[in-house]
Write a protein that binds this ligand. Sequence first.
Ligand SMILES: Nc1ncnc2c1ncn2[C@@H]1O[C@H](COP(=O)(O)OP(=O)(O)OP(=O)(O)O)[C@@H](O)[C@H]1O
Length: 343
Amino acid sequence: MIEFRNISKVFRHNEREITALSEVSLTVKAGEIFGVIGKSGAGKSTLIRCANLLERPTSGTVFIDGHDLTALSESQLVQQRRQIGMIFQHFNLLSSRTVAENVAFPLELIGTSKNEIDNRVHELLNLVGLQDKATQYPAKLSGGQKQRVAIARTLANNPKVLLCDEATSALDPATTRSILALLKDINKRLNITILLITHEMAVIKSICDSVAVIDEGRLIENGKVADVFMNPSTSLAKDFIASALHIEIPEHFRKRLSPVDTGDLVPLLRLEMTSQTADQPILSQVSRIFNVDTNIISAQMDHAGDKNFGIILLTLSGHVHHYEDAIKYFKDHHIKTEILGYV
Ligand SMILES: Nc1ncnc2c1ncn2[C@@H]1O[C@H](COP(=O)(O)OP(=O)(O)OP(=O)(O)O)[C@@H](O)[C@H]1O
C-alpha cells in the first residue's frame, strides 16, 4: 500500500547539507499498522512527510496504492492526497470553527452538499465518540478529544492510508491508550492502512503489526513487531525494547544481594521468557521435577502481536543441590537465565 523506494532527503541549511534520510526502502502492506521508531533527529518526521510529499525526497520514489507520487502533476497529487489522511502531535484544528465545522471542512473543500456533510459529520463524530461535542470549540476540549476531532476530520474523505506523526506524544498515558485503541479500531473497522512514527516502544508494542527502526536517517531494523521484540539485531532496537520492558531488583533485595553463595543464601534469577516459553507452565514443572520452590519477586509479562514474552525475577529455594538442575532446565527450554546474585 505504501512503498518507499530508496528515499534520500538532504536539507540545505546555511550552506550546510543535512542528510535526514539515506536510501530508505520500506513497504507497508495494505491493512497493517506500521510503526517507525527512532530517537530525536533520526529522520522520522521527514520520512512520514515524504509519504504524502509534504516533503519531497531528494531522490527515490514513493508509491501509494501503486501510484508513484513523485511522478504526479500538482493537480494529480492533490487528488491522490485525498486518499492519505494525516494527524499530528498538536492536532492542527481550526480554533475559530466548532468541532462539527472542523470535521466538515475537508468536505466543504470538495463541494459536498450540506445534507451529505451533516450526515457524514454525525457519523464521524459517533465513530470517534464525540457526538455530544459537535457545537463546542476546540479550546474547550481536552487533548484526547482534540485528537479525536482531528481523526474524524481526516477520515472525512475516506482515506485508504492514515499517517500519524507522533499522534499521542502530547497526551497522558491513559489518553494515549484510548487514542491508540481508537486507531486500532479504525484500522480494523475501516481497513485503513496506518503508518505512524513515534519515539516510544510502548506505542509500537500496543498497536503495530510491523516496525522499522531508523537511526541517523538509515533504516537499521525492519520486521514484524513480535519478531523484532524477540530477536532484535541492533543495540538501538534492544534499548527501545528494554525501555518498554523495564524491571528492577527491589531496593531491599538489592541491598542484601551477594555475588557469592555464602552457604545459607538462595539464588536470585532473571528469566527472559520468549514466545516459545511464555505460554508453558515452566515454573510449576521445575517445582515438580526438581523439588525446588520458586518465589516471584518481580515480573512483567507482555505481548506484541500474538506473541507473549516477559521477564521474571525469582528466587529458588528448597533442595540446594537441585538449583543447578532447575537452571539447566530453564536454559534447555530456551529461557535466557541469569543468576543476579544470592540473597
Ligand atoms: N526543514 C529542515 N531544514 C533543515 N534541516 C531539517 C529540516 N527538517 C529536518 N531537518 C533535519 O533533519 C534531521 C531529521 O529530522 P526529523 O525531524 O525528520 O527527525 P525526527 O526523527 O522526526 O526527530 P524528532 O523526533 O525530534 O521530531 C534532523 O537533523 C533535522 O535537524
